[in-house]
Design a protein around this ligand. Structure first.
Ligand code: ZN
Length: 611
């Protein structure tokens, strides 16, 4: 059941959250004129067409048309619901959320309970992480683990930054300890910290512990590495109420600032790699949790970066993960580079196998220089294919080409596609014409066999096109200057509008006025039609109606009024013509209609020539 957030809370957030500083958390903005500009986080672009107006408290992208106020921005960038956006913005800005009306008391209680549960869970994880740290640093049991970290070259400082810990060998200790702290069995059973079948037995034991944090730095889950004994090398928390692993990146809270500053991120295989990079001063490294990179994780990173630097293992699985990641990152419009440890010259010393190895045996400078010399993805792919397939046989050439084509598919521009096709030709000694026709043929075939035979564009639900006629212009003018709405509604009602989009805007404004929250953000939130929403935010952002607004609005109200009256008159005339006027009742009705028509004529100030 959707909860209803009071209009006062929405208004407070719209008015008090600074849109420039909120957007700046995700986008690099530069001041130009009265506004701020940056590259849009919602579509791929090289020159900024994304504007933020502190005065109007809105953002608008002239490239893709997205726009709105702080709540809309937060919703889109964080991919959360309206209610979540309001609540999270409120929390960040110390604003109290007031709920009203619609939701029942029972909903309120359930909701408060769910929220309390999540908060209690975060508290439990914070506490457990502290316990693990204590075991690592202050107990005898921790000593061999500290020795292991030292041997792997992890400094005590970096271990502290990452909050590393140790889960004690005694698998019943944690439960006993937490039970003393008044946690209920039921609550602990849901925490993911205990075995599902044996609720007194800790899930993690005798392991080096890596706390996993959300973007605010709160511990939400754990990964544990075994150092001795039997069991999987790594054990990780599954999804929890406070944690979705497909939507979380290890160390993102630590790396975020540097990622934003450098416009690049290093994506690596696991906890130890991330820690090694950070220790080497390359503290813009993160790792997906679990095996493969997800769309959600790219979505989290994309607003901050132009370049993804992939640093997965050199084995078959790592190489396949790299190929998948290249396609995903390219599809998101980023540049992709590959950290090439195997290709680096280490002299006659044995080649290190991962970043931690490089750091330990060759030092931070070498690791930095390897990252600086990362190779562009097309070079990486072609050299990998050349190793995989015999490039001097027709069969090898075909196989390599076919494997390279999906990469060309995801490149954003024709020039890039063309130059990569050329690169493929040069590597394999093929004629460009032949490769191009192969590529296109396969392309056409793939399109024919695509899902439901549709091209991607036809999947987008279409809104009927909006006619920007006099009615809509009148509404847009008022939306840009909401102080004139009182005047408008005294002269016009929704029935006066013929254009559905104009009518929808009128209703939206009407509702906003009734709720006493009149802001661009609130109006946009009430527009159901996507195209209309874009049009509104574009108009408000463009200053189209700021000059001579009073005159423009008066004229357009008058025009809409007149058009509406004319339509009414037309309808009346039709009725009058059709009215038989035979019975008394009919005569009476005819008379009424004629009076009504006279009144309209009076207002329109026209003489009816037919009379
Ligand atoms: Zn955009």
């Amino acid at each position: 059941m959707p909860r209803h957030i009071s209009s006062s809370t929405i208004e407070e957030i719209s008015n008090s959250v600074d849109i420039v500083s909120l957007v700046s958390e995700y986008v690099h903005l530069e001041k130009r004129g009265s506004g701020f500009w940056g590259c849009c986080p919602f579509h791929n672009e090289k020159t900024p067409s994304f504007s933020v107006s502190p005065e109007k408290r809105i953002y608008h992208c002239f490239g893709c048309g997205k726009g709105g106020g702080v709540i809309q921005f937060y919703r889109e960038i964080e991919n959360v619901s309206f209610v979540e956006a309001v609540e999270q913005l409120a929390r960040k800005n110390a604003i109290e959320v007031i709920y009203d009306g619609v939701s029942s008391k029972k909903d309120d209680e359930e909701y408060a309970k769910a929220r309390q549960f999540k908060e209690d869970m975060l508290d439990l994880y914070r506490r457990t992480a502290a316990l693990f740290r204590y075991f690592l640093n202050e107990t005898e049991q921790g000593k061999p683990v500290l020795a292991y970290l030292a041997k792997r070259g992890v400094s005590p400082e970096i271990a502290e930054i990452f909050g590393l810990g140790f889960a004690p060998e005694d698998r019943r200790w944690l439960k006993k300890f937490l039970a003393q702290k008044n946690y209920s069995n039921d609550f602990l059973a849901q925490s993911g910290l205990f075995s599902k079948n044996y609720p007194d037995v800790a899930f993690f034991s005798n392991r080096l512990m890596f706390p996993i944090c959300n973007r605010n730095g709160q511990v939400v889950a754990f990964g544990g590495r075994i150092l001795e004994g039997d069991g999987p090398k790594y054990l990780n928390s599954g999804d929890l109420p406070q944690y979705k692993k497909s939507e979380t990146l290890y160390a993102f809270h630590l790396a975020k600032n540097q990622i934003n500053r450098r416009k690049a991120v290093i994506l690596c295989e696991g906890y130890m790699d991330v820690i090694a990079y950070h220790q080497a001063g390359l503290n813009f490294a993160v790792a997906p949790l679990g095996t493969a990179l997800t769309e959600e994780q790219i979505h989290i990173l994309k607003p901050f970066v132009d370049t993804f630097i992939l640093s997965f293992d050199g084995d078959e699985a790592g190489q396949n993960a790299t190929f998948r990641a290249i396609l995903m990152c390219r599809k998101a419009g980023a540049v992709v580079k590959i950290v090439n440890i195997a290709g680096f010259n280490f002299g006659d010393k044995p080649k290190p196998k991962d970043p931690a190895d490089v750091l330990l045996n060759f030092g931070a400078e070498t690791l930095t220089s390897i990252v600086d010399n990362s190779i562009i993805d097309s070079d990486y792919l072609l050299s990998r294919l050349a190793k995989k397939y015999p490039i001097d046989t027709p069969d090898g050439k075909t196989k390599a080409s076919l494997e390279f084509f999906p990469y060309i598919d995801v490149l954003p521009s024709d020039i890039q596609k063309e130059s990569c096709l050329e690169q493929l030709c040069n590597t394999y000694g093929l004629s460009l014409q032949a490769v191009r026709s192969d590529f296109n043929r396969r392309d056409a075939a793939q399109k024919r066999t695509g899902p439901n035979g549709h091209t991607s564009e036809s999947i987008v639900p279409d809104n009927p096109d909006i006619k920007k006629n006099a009615e809509l212009r009148a509404m847009l003018a008022v939306v840009s200057n909401t102080e004139y709405f009182t005047k408008m509604r005294s002269m016009l009602s929704p029935e006066d509008f013929e254009e559905p989009a104009a009518k929808e805007l009128f209703y939206a404004l009407e509702e906003c006025f009734r709720e006493d929250v009149v802001s661009s953000d609130a109006i946009l939130a009430k527009c159901e039609n996507e195209k209309l929403r874009k049009l509104v935010s574009e108009t408000v952002a463009s200053d189209e109606f700021t000059i001579n607004s009073e005159k423009t609005i008066e004229d357009s109200i008058a025009l809409v009024h007149r058009n509406s009256l004319e339509r009414k008159r037309e309808r009346l005339m039709n009725k009058i013509r059709q009215c038989g006027g035979k019975t008394l009742e009919e005569l009476q009705e005819l008379r009424n209609m004629q009076y009504e028509k006279m009144a309209i004529d009076n207002e329109l100030n026209v003489k009816d020539v037919t009379e």
